[in-house]
Ligand binder design. Structure first.
Ligand SMILES: [Zn+2]
Length: 248
């Protein structure tokens, strides 16, 4: 997985998905006059290792160039972006060819503090306090429906006390005009007739399902598009179809 994201929050979210799937991650990032390319092999440290809970929770979403924030940091200069992008592409090609890349982050700084290959080797053991090292179980069940199925279709295949979640938040319907957009990942909050794809669910997505008895998460996988088998007899109950918007 090649990460070229523009916020720490997005990188941490992607790091969690990579460790969940056991996938390696190559990350590139920039600041005003420099940048960094880091390689995170499976089983080692991730982008969030070494960060405290408050740092992991920071929401530093990018802002529009049309509404500059005078207190915000200066964006990366174009030559620096090209420089870091070239290193990122070079590392990606080497990995695709089965060649090695440096263990430690590659850091460049056009302001005069070039520090190629410095910092903690990323093959080192993961931070035991980092919560992003859960792995998917080997036997994730594949549901007989794809990402074009509706929320009601999905609820037919989870227990009444289970809470299927999306990875990306979506706007939750609100009955009164709200000053702040209500965003949720609880798929039961969506209209029962809403298609999963319209809520940002990707093809063949693996969705987490929270269990309200406190026993943690389980996961379900959507079938490849066109391979769904909807309407399994005897699997429909009104209780399972109940969303916060009512029974379909
Ligand atoms: Zn970690």
């Amino acid at each position: 997985m090649v990460s070229a994201l523009d916020s720490r929050a997005a990188r941490i979210a992607l790091a969690g998905r990579c460790t969940l799937a056991g996938t390696r991650m190559l990350d590139g990032g920039t600041h005003a006059w420099g940048g960094e390319v880091s390689w995170y092999p499976p089983g080692g440290r991730c982008r969030a290792c070494g960060l405290g809970p408050a740092e992991r929770a920071v929401q530093d979403d990018p802002w529009s160039c049309a509404a500059p924030d005078p207190a915000a940091e200066v964006g990366a200069s174009a030559p620096v972006s090209a420089l870091v992008g070239a290193w990122l592409a070079d590392f990606a090609v080497r990995l695709l060819l089965g060649l090695s890349v440096p263990d430690a982050p590659l850091r460049v700084d056009a302001a005069g503090f070039a520090m190629p290959l410095s910092g903690t080797p990323l093959r080192a053991l993961a931070d035991p306090d980092c919560p992003l090292h859960e792995r998917l179980p080997a036997d994730v069940p594949v549901l007989p429906l794809d990402h074009e199925a509706t929320v009601a279709d999905l609820l037919d295949h989870v227990g009444v006390h289970e809470e299927p979640l999306s990875w990306a938040g979506f706007s939750r319907p609100v009955r009164r005009r709200a000053a702040v957009r209500a965003v949720t990942t609880r798929l039961r909050s969506a209209p029962a007739s809403a298609r999963l794809s319209a809520l940002g669910v990707a093809p063949r997505e693996v969705l987490p399902v929270a269990r309200r008895d406190g026993s943690g998460l389980r996961y379900v996988e959507l079938a490849a598009a066109g391979r769904e088998r909807r309407g399994i007899p005897g699997d429909l109950t009104e209780a399972r179809r109940a969303t916060t918007e009512g029974v379909r």
